[in-house]
Design a protein around this ligand. Sequence first.
Ligand code: ADP
Ligand code: MG
Length: 485
Amino acid sequence: MAALMIPANTLAAKRRMRVRSSASRKDHAIVKEFREGCAAPLPVLRRVAEGIAADMRKGLNSDGGHSLPMIPTFVNTLPSGNEEGLFYALDLGGTNFRVLRVQLGGKDGRVIDTEFEQVAIPQDLMFGTSEELFDFIASRLGTFVQKESGKFHLPSGRLREIGFTFSFPVKQTSIDSGILIKWTKGFAVSGTAGKDVVSCLNQAMDRQGLDMRVSALVNDTVGTLAGARYWDDDAMVAVILGTGTNACYVERMDCIPKLQGHLPANGDMIINTEWGAFHDSLPLTEFDKALDAASINPGEQILEKTISGMYLGEVARRVFLKMAESGAMFGGSAPDKLSTPFVLRTPHLCAMQQDQSSDLKLVGKILSDTLGVDDSSLGIREMAIDICDAIVKRGGRLAGAGIVGILQKMDADSKGTIFRKRTVVAMDGGLYENYPHYRKYIKEAVIGLLGSEISKNVVIEHSKDGSGIGAALLAAANSKYAREF
Ligand code: ADP
Ligand code: MG
């Protein structure tokens, strides 16, 4: 009888405690081990920064066999602000495909008008043929061009020019041609690797009856750097954190031994690091290794798989699954949803970490709706947040270490000019833009590695949609018509 007198809230508290203590000894051990495996304290970050700087040098020295491809982009002029006219940009990045037009008005007018559209890439096209993918892109571009309004002006007798942002590893052969090395970020399109992606697009535009020309082929990092430089002369590095991750920076020609003898040794060139390929000294867990083994590119893009938006949710899902399978956390059996690769996405992690409610209601809803884990206790919800935090902290801190690695390499080769003055690192990508915790961890790592004084000179700032406008700016800077004057 006495038990019936216990107030309901005490019962609820007891129930919670029972779930926590009985169900979670094993779970706590898994979370603890995972957190330790993911930890990226300063000594680890230092090794990663040094490793990236060392691999950058190797990759600049010669092609092949190194973790960092260090691809010359053939971009040696960044926008000055004087660019004028109507230009298009087309951005094939991973999750979405964007088309954009911009009317540039020179130094005074700057960006007079801009319009863009975004289209999700149908899943089946990611696994289809090259023709199917490029036909889809060209047809959407054609529809967008048809909607051009009177605010945009193309001088008569000219073709519309496009800056093509293509965010996959390309061996660039000139500013307007480049051969696809391999697909990444879950794409497995047949028939493109080894081909010039500009020709693929031109042929598709021909098939669609679309009369345009590609004036610049750029990586999204390069587009972002160009977009940032248009507004700020101190922009020297650009980093993308979206579905995938990559970085580029301004390198001196005399620091690129593999180009010597081919091109003039003075001036600068933007180098696309393809840093997603980096793999040394990273704090990896059994879950990361299993994710890699099950991926379509095992052994490749290890940094990308550790820090970029495509993979963060999947690492978390694998940890939850182990807890379910080990018999404790989710009542001994794994729901079907929890066993489905990639059901848990990075935006879910972000939403869970932002849940401010006392009972972590939103975390409970995501666990239930997305993973099929119903009636989670508060303890389980807290553990879920701990797991998200461990993954995001590692991602943000490693991204910060990568930025420092690039800056240290540049600083060493320029006798201290990078850290002694203001240097801007332009950031873009859906992960950076939408995940405040991730941004905070990047910053913490940079300050931790460089110290508070030097890090004041390193301005890490979001360059919103810089990559789209940047590609259009590079099309303008490399306009076929400009050369005729
Ligand atoms: P890409 O151009 O490579 O397709 P985007 O820059 O558009 O990538 O970024 C998309 C990625 O950003 C998604 O894959 C996701 O990982 C991440 N993302 C999108 N929205 C959010 C969000 N709300 N919180 C955290 N990450 C997000
Ligand atoms: Mg992108």
